[in-house]
Write a protein that binds this ligand. Sequence first.
Ligand SMILES: CC(C)(COP(=O)(O)OP(=O)(O)OC[C@H]1O[C@@H](n2cnc3c(N)ncnc32)[C@H](O)[C@@H]1OP(=O)(O)O)[C@@H](O)C(=O)NCCC(=O)NCCS
Length: 155
Amino acid sequence: MLTLRKATGQDSDLLYNWRNDPVTRHASHDTSEISRDRHEAWLAASFANPHRLIFIAEERGRPVGTVRVDHGSDGTAELSWTVAPDARGEGVATRMVRLVVDDISRGCPVRAEIKAGNDASVKVAEAAGMRLFTEDRGVLHFYREASSTRMQSRR
Ligand SMILES: CC(C)(COP(=O)(O)OP(=O)(O)OC[C@H]1O[C@@H](n2cnc3c(N)ncnc32)[C@H](O)[C@@H]1OP(=O)(O)O)[C@@H](O)C(=O)NCCC(=O)NCCS
């Protein structure tokens, strides 16, 4: 079973390694290799940012992926995800993003930006109920409305 927990400073190494993995870099807006100093500054700023949450997904105690959630001023939560290189192709992203979206979208809409050609992430976004609403300069913009029915059915 996949579980989510909030990232802590002890996750710095694995987040750094996942971020600099060549496949992750290729899928990122900024494809440059990140220095350790830049990573530490980014992580510290992320933990201090009340609008940002970083989750670590674990399976049987093993960290297998991460989802970053940024709550925008318009009420939409922007999601970004990465799966550990040695855990890819096992359905981790599909389950991990769905878990986060199902939880968050009870309160607000969610969106994600995916580079065109990242077919696996397109499937992940669609499996979480997001739909393509526009494409701009090679970036696909996915969106899912807040789910009020789900909220009511859980009361
Ligand atoms: C993209 C990524 C998140 C996918 O994670 P994953 O756990 O391997 O994905 P899943 O196993 O859940 O697979 C999702 C779907 O994509 C398909 N898929 C997996 N790898 C694929 C690939 N290289 N090309 C095309 N489809 C692929 C799977 O078959 C599955 O399809 P299905 O739902 O029809 O069965 C992972 O490769 C990754 O971390 N890449 C680098 C970072 C990244 O791209 N982040 C997203 C930025 S928007």
